[in-house]
Design a protein around this ligand. Sequence first.
Ligand code: ATP
Ligand code: MG
Length: 369
Amino acid sequence: MAQIVLNNIVKLYDDKHPVIHGIDLDIRDGEFVVFVGPSGCGKSTLLRMIAGLEDISGGELHIGGKLANDIAPAERGLAMVFQSYALYPHMTVFENMAFALNLAGHKKAEVRAAVERAADILQITPLLKRKPKDLSGGQRQRVAIGRAIVRKPQVFLFDEPLSNLDASLRVQMRVEISRLHQELKTTMIYVTHDQVEAMTLGERIVVFNGGRIEQVGSPHELYNNPGNLFVAGFLGAPKMNFIPCTAMQGEAGKVSVRLPGGAVIDVAANGSTIASGDSLTLGVRAEHLGLRSAADTQDNLVDARVSHVEYLGDVAIVYASMEGVPEMLAVKQPAEEELLQAGNAMRLSLPPQRCLLFDAAGKALPRTV
Ligand SMILES: Nc1ncnc2c1ncn2[C@@H]1O[C@H](COP(=O)(O)OP(=O)(O)OP(=O)(O)O)[C@@H](O)[C@H]1O
Ligand SMILES: [Mg+2]
């Protein structure tokens, strides 16, 4: 087990194209950290730098308290699992899992014990004599993870290990990887661009964008208190609704904003830096918007029109258009409630306690509830 510390880590390709712009990050011993972000943001590059598969252009990498920039990959005590399983096709599952230990000259009995223990953890003991071609995708990925486990690494590095699996298998393997972490208690870094995997697996999530960290925090922190528009829009499905609005008055405890259409609501956010007339963005999640009848005249309601409805079995997502808002607003509803028809006029309720405000630069105003 090991702590990993990144100090101002930089990656330049061909000595001039920066793709990682100075990352500072402290990963605790035994922690499960997920790197998430859109395609091309540098997740794999950073993971490969930690693994020693890419040179570090600048900054310091410490693994287990030791400066590791120039330590050879095999000496770093890490095991990496990729999206492609890369199993040897002519070897059985047992031989695939035993390969690295045999190569390192371990005793036969030791190798057998290590493989059997890993097979037991991953519940693949009945498959040990099979060849990879006779396994399902999920079973192959388990063998690839088993190959990593037998080496007893200080740190596991996963790069999108579940991307080749179908949706139901991904869910099952997600649970298995969580269980594996609980059992082994080894430091794990897991790269994904899937925000559901990030939310369900990570003790902490690091959100990347364009080679920089946008925010680091627990799934709960990032979901409920995103620091900026990028993080707010990246985590959560459907994505957070954004409504342009104008500040009327800002105080330390609340900010009054005028929404398109004229409705005014008081959002519980620190507005001490906000002046009247500032352009802001109000963010509210689909599960916090409520549907009301077009005739309802209560406070904090805005007019909208149903565009289409997605029925998901347990819930329905109502997509609605609102004048002055460029994107459709998504409203999550229990599915048993009467479904609205496309074209219906209705009103949306915006609970002020659940709304977030972002300034013109996209930074969240601190909440005051
Ligand atoms: N060998 C290379 N030479 C130059 N640029 C590279 C090289 N490898 C990667 N890049 C660039 O570095 C950036 C980060 O790539 P990286 O593979 O780390 O992204 P990622 O976040 O893992 O994306 P994905 O989710 O698609 O796997 C991209 O812009 C990519 O084009
Ligand atoms: Mg990648």
